[in-house]
Write a protein that binds this ligand. Structure first.
Ligand SMILES: Nc1ncnc2c1ncn2[C@@H]1O[C@H](COP(=O)(O)OP(=O)(O)O)[C@@H](O)[C@H]1O
Ligand SMILES: [Mg+2]
Length: 263
């Protein structure tokens, strides 16, 4: 039985992940509250993706625990966590390049819910479910109708990113984790991705990892700054900027550069 989420919907308690002697994530405490839109920023190598992998089950922590609604999920597989409603996208896009947009959505939908093999899905399920109302709705929400029949390999990066987020959202996760959803996108494509994400604000819990903060600044309700495997600040954008440790780290330079004034 799940207990009420008194400590937040997802909680990391003192998690550490080492690669050799190097602690990529170092004794991190972090709470994600229900239906909030939170962001983690930090320079390359700060440990953001590793922390994501700990939440989603792609890494096991060396120390500490991950809780979902008060239940210890530290030893659960990624699939078990998806079944509990925790869904992620990857820093690098993870679509099937040879399949159409629609078939990528069908696969995402059924892989999350069914135990059937990928081959079975490819041979049988795709055809049958191309007209599924929920697939149609996803194509519309994520502005993919015009490219629905196109192979994923022939999409622009922005279209591909929208497809990838659509694949995650289609599963109707309670918690949506996005690892650098805006990486490599042109300005016009960033707007498109943010517009589709905005439709989900307040309806599910969203955690976004970004290297650069400027584009998601308006969008985030709470910001957490990671540096060298640790959380050095958490709060509003302004609180984080004022934080002495954030100012000391070279992050300040990135933020100042984005804001268009000197550090
Ligand atoms: N699988 C791995 N094996 C060894 N070192 C890794 C691995 N993944 C990440 N690291 C190291 O851990 C640190 C944090 O990396 P990462 O979590 O990818 O940071 P970020 O996503 O903030 O850029 C880096 O020093 C990186 O080189
Ligand atoms: Mg990363």
């Amino acid at each position: 039985m799940d207990t009420p989420a008194a400590g937040g919907i997802v909680q990391a308690k003192g998690v550490t992940k080492r690669f050799g002697a190097h602690a990529a994530v170092d004794a991190v405490d972090f709470t994600l509250h229900e239906n909030e839109v939170a962001g983690i920023i930090g320079s390359n190598g700060a440990g953001k993706t590793t922390f994501f992998n700990l939440i989603t089950g792609y890494h096991r922590p060396d120390e500490g625990a991950i809780l979902h609604k008060g239940v210890d999920i530290t030893r659960m597989t990624p699939q078990q966590r998806v079944a509990r409603g925790i869904m992620r996208t990857f820093q690098l896009t993870s679509t099937f390049d040879n399949l159409s947009v629609t078939d990528n959505l069908v696969l995402a939908f059924f892989r999350a819910y069914r135990e059937s093999s990928l081959l079975d899905l490819l041979l049988n399920t795709c055809k049958r479910y191309r007209g599924e109302p929920r697939i149609d709705a996803a194509l519309e929400t994520f502005d993919l109708q015009e490219v629905r029949g196109r192979q994923a390999r022939n999409l622009s990066l922005g279209e591909k990113r929208r497809l990838e987020i659509a694949m995650a959202v289609l599963v109707e996760p309670e918690v949506l984790l996005l690892d650098e959803p805006l990486a490599g996108l042109a300005e016009s494509e960033i707007r498109g991705v943010l517009e589709v994400l905005e439709k989900h604000v307040g309806r599910r819990t969203i955690l976004i990892v970004e290297h650069k903060i400027s584009h998601v600044r308006e969008f985030l309700q709470r910001l957490t700054v990671m540096h060298e495997g640790r959380i050095i600040a958490s709060g509003s954008y302004e609180e984080c900027l004022r934080h002495p440790e954030v100012r000391r780290s070279y992050w300040q330079i990135d933020i100042a550069a984005e804001d268009g004034h000197a550090a």
